[in-house]
Design a protein around this ligand. Structure first.
Ligand code: F6R
Length: 252
């Protein structure tokens, strides 16, 4: 494993040979924070990238190393409209990949409500709840091939608050593989904005594969630019990146 330090040394980049190794390292980082603070507030991500990390966290829980009983969590995003019972919802994903496998109290877990009647009120309430909790202690992120984090897509400007987004044709096509057909992919999502993400005390970003290499390079070495949403992390005081060789292949 080699380490590469990004902008102003606030971003620690850990490069591994394999996905299993990066997943284990990210899980170990979170496990250490959980041991130090049993009441930790986790910000959580879905998608394929953190699946190995959730498996490794589950293994640590089963080995008696970590305890989720006092842990609280806020997820980054949810499709809209989509009910939590739908097997493509991010609530369903979290139950399957982590919550149903460990001793977390689901009442302490929050995923944006993909069925909220008043979506603006849901977004405002989400921001209030995260702020009332004092922000997350560790926010887990994946990254899109275009540099998106959460569903904050490349845009003219960063958006601070939790908000409803219209999914781009690219994202709909990329996510269609998980649904029966492209027509079944919801056209909207609710996502944390950059305010919530940046209010996290520390950030863990996991990524693997060549398809992420350009986004990782732009995030670390490009300008802070809303056209690469993840580049805003250059302004965060504590970011830990766990990636494989392929995702690191465009770093110097
Ligand atoms: C998921 C999320 C997204 C993903 C990103 C990468 O909650 O917010 O930003 O992290 O789209 O997805 P994967 O890991 O499937 O490549």
């Amino acid at each position: 494993m080699k380490k590469y330090y990004g902008y102003k040394n606030n971003i620690e980049v850990n490069v591994f040979d394999t996905y299993e190794q990066l997943s284990e390292a990210a899980a170990s980082f979170i496990a250490e924070r959980m041991k130090a603070n049993p009441n930790i507030i986790l910000g959580l991500a879905t998608g394929s990238s953190p699946v190995g990390m959730y498996d490794a966290l589950t293994a640590k829980y089963e080995a008696g190393e970590i305890d989720f009983s006092a842990v609280r969590s806020f997820n980054l995003d949810e499709y809209y409209p989509l009910p939590p019972e739908n097997d493509q919802s991010y609530r369903y994903f979290m139950n399957e990949n982590l919550f149903d496998r460990v001793n977390i109290d689901k009442a302490n877990t929050r995923v944006p409500n993909g069925m909220a009647k008043d979506v603006e009120a849901e977004c405002a309430d989400y921001d209030v709840a995260v702020a009332a909790a004092g922000g997350t202690d560790v926010q887990v992120l994946g990254i899109g091939g275009n540099g998106h984090i959460g569903f904050n897509e490349p845009a003219e400007a960063f958006t601070a608050g939790t908000h409803k987004v219209t999914l781009t044709e690219n994202t709909i096509k990329a996510n269609a593989r998980f649904f029966a057909s492209e027509a079944d992919v919801p056209r909207y999502a609710v996502t944390m904005g950059m305010g919530c993400i940046m209010s996290a005390k520390s950030i863990v970003l996991v990524a693997n594969g060549k398809a992420k290499a350009q986004a990782i390079a732009d995030m670390l070495t490009g300008d802070v630019d809303p056209l690469c949403p993840a580049s805003i992390l250059q302004l965060h005081p504590e970011v830990h990146v766990f990636i494989d060789k392929e995702a690191a292949s465009l770093l110097g």
